[in-house]
Design a protein around this ligand. Structure first.
Ligand code: SF4
Length: 422
C-alpha cells in the first residue's frame, strides 16, 4: 500500500468538522461584505501583491535586512532547519524559560529534543492543548479542533490536578491563569510573522493576545519566518493581514495586529534613548529558506504566496477523510509540495502526494489563488520520473503495455477485477 489512508477523525468529529466549515463559509462572506470587498477582485489583488513581491524577493530581502538592522532588529538568514536551530540555540544560551506563540516556520525546524532543556511553553490555546495531549495538529488555525472540551478538561485534571469545566470557556479560563504565570517568568519569547516589510517592520496578527505578550514581556524576542513573508510596505502587509483574517477565521479583522519596528525603547529621561523600556530589549529575526529557493528554481514559487490561513483544507475531500495524515510539516497539498523541496521527493510521496483528487476545491478557496492542483500535477510528474509512483500507477502502465488498457485482461461480459481511476 503506497497511500496512507489511516483514519484521523472519528465519525462525530467528521460531522463536527463540516458544521464548522459551513459556519466558516458564511462568516467569510459576511466579513468580505463588511469590508466592502469583492471576493474575486480581492483575491486577484493578493495574488498580485505576493507574485510581484516574489519576483523581486532578493532585492526586497536586501532592503528589509538593511532597514530592520538600522532599527535595531538583528537579522539572521538560515539556509535550512539545521542552521535555524543553531541560531536559536545560540540566542537562547543561558536561558531556561522560553515561551512560544504560533509560528508555522518554527514547526518546520522543530525536532525532537531540540530545546528540550528550555521548558518551552506553548501559549497559543490550541497548541497548548495538543501538546498537553500529545496530539498532532489538526488544522493550522484550529489545531485542536478534533478534541472535545470534555477530553481536554480530563487531560488538564490529570496533569495539573485541577478541576476544569468541560467547556470551551472552562478550558480557556484555566489556560489564561496557567499560561499567564509562565509568560511573566519567561526569559525569551518565540513568535512567527504574517508579513515583513522591506522598509523594516514585522507584522503579526492574532486573536488571543498571547503573541503580544510573548513578543513584549520577555527580554528577548525571536521571530522565525520564511523569507517569502517580505512585501514592499505596510500597505501590502495590511492586505495580507485582512486576507488572513477573512480566509482564516471568517473575521473582518483580527483582534490584534502588532507592528514591530524596533526593540522597546524610551527617550523620556534627558532625551537620551535607552533600549528596553517595558517591551523586549532584543528583537531577532530569523529569515528561513529551508527549500524555498529550491521551490522557486523548480517553478513552484506560487506555493510561497501561502498565508497559512487553512482555507484550502476546509473544503478538501482528502483532508476531510485523513486529516493530519495528508501533508507533512504543513497540512494538505501545500504541505506535500513544500515537503518535496524542504525534505525530499520521497517525503512528498509518503505525505500522500498521490491521494489528491485534483478537484480544485483548494484553488477555489485560496485567497492567494495558489493553483495547488497544478502544482500537485507537476510534482507527480517529477516523482514519477524518479520512480516514486504508486503501485496502482505502475500496474496501470504495465496493463496498458500488455493489454492496451489500464485494467488488464478484458473478458467479454465480465467486469475487470481491478478498476482504476486516474
Ligand atoms: S494554500 Fe491558500 S488557502 Fe491554503 S493555507 Fe495557503 S493561502 Fe490559505
Amino acid at each position: 500500500m503506497t497511500i496512507n489512508r489511516q483514519s484521523f477523525w472519528d465519525q462525530d468529529t467528521k460531522t463536527g468538522l463540516w458544521r464548522i466549515v459551513l459556519e466558516y463559509q458564511d462568516k467569510r462572506s459576511k466579513a468580505l461584505d463588511k469590508n466592502n470587498l469583492k471576493e474575486e477582485s480581492f483575491r486577484e489583488e493578493i495574488y498580485q501583491v505576493k507574485s510581484q513581491a516574489l519576483a523581486q524577493i532578493d532585492q526586497l530581502k536586501k532592503q528589509a535586512v538593511v532597514n530592520l538592522e538600522a532599527n535595531g532588529i538583528r537579522v539572521f538568514e538560515a539556509k535550512d532547519d539545521n542552521q535555524a536551530r543553531k541560531i536559536i540555540e545560540k540566542l537562547l544560551e543561558g536561558k531556561k524559560r522560553i515561551i512560544k506563540a504560533k509560528t508555522n516556520a518554527f514547526g518546520e525546524i522543530d525536532q525532537k529534543g531540540f530545546l528540550s532543556d528550555k521548558n518551552l511553553q506553548e501559549t497559543d490555546l490550541g497548541d497548548f492543548v495538543i501538546s498537553l495531549l500529545g496530539e498532532p495538529e489538526a488544522h493550522p488555525v484550529l489545531p485542536a479542533l478534533h478534541l472535545s472540551p470534555a477530553k481536554i478538561a480530563q487531560a488538564i485534571e490529570k496533569k495539573y490536578q485541577k478541576k476544569v469545566a468541560p467547556t470551551a470557556k472552562g478550558v480557556a479560563e484555566f489556560a489564561r491563569g496557567y499560561l499567564r504565570k509562565k509568560i511573566n517568568q519567561a526569559q525569551a519569547g518565540i513568535t512567527g510573522a504574517n508579513a515583513i516589510t522591506a522598509d523594516g517592520k514585522i507584522v503579526v496578527l492574532e486573536n488571543e493576545g498571547n503573541i503580544s505578550l510573548v513578543s513584549r514581556l520577555p527580554q528577548t524576542h525571536i521571530v522565525v519566518a520564511g523569507f517569502e513573508k517580505i512585501v514592499p510596505s505596510l500597505k501590502e502587509a495590511l492586505m495580507v493581514v485582512q486576507a488572513s483574517a477573512i480566509w482564516g477565521t471568517g473575521q473582518d479583522w483580527p483582534a490584534y495586529v502588532s507592528i514591530i519596528a524596533s526593540p522597546s525603547k524610551t527617550a523620556d529621561i534627558a532625551n537620551e534613548t535607552v533600549i528596553g523600556a517595558q517591551g523586549a530589549k532584543e528583537v531577532n529575526l530569523i529569515l528561513l529558506d529551508n527549500g524555498r529557493s529550491r521551490l522557486i528554481e523548480a517553478g513552484f514559487s506560487e506555493l510561497l504566496h501561502c498565508l497559512n490561513c487553512g482555507a484550502c483544507l476546509n473544503f478538501c475531500p482528502v483532508y476531510h477523510q485523513i486529516g493530519s495524515h495528508y501533508g507533512d510539516k504543513y497540512l494538505g497539498s501545500r504541505g506535500v509540495v513544500f515537503a518535496a523541496f524542504s525534505a525530499s521527493f520521497k517525503k512528498a510521496k509518503s505525505a500522500n502526494c498521490f491521494a489528491c483528487t485534483l478537484c480544485s476545491a483548494c484553488l477555489e478557496n485560496c485567497p492567494a489563488k495558489i493553483d495547488l492542483p497544478e502544482l500537485m500535477r507537476k510534482l507527480r510528474t517529477l516523482l514519477e520520473k524518479e520512480g516514486l509512483q504508486t503501485r496502482e500507477n505502475e500496474k496501470m502502465i504495465a496493463n496498458i503495455r500488455q493489454f492496451g488498457n489500464p485494467f488488464g485482461k478484458i473478458e467479454a461480459g465480465k467486469i475487470p477485477k481491478e478498476l482504476y481511476c486516474c
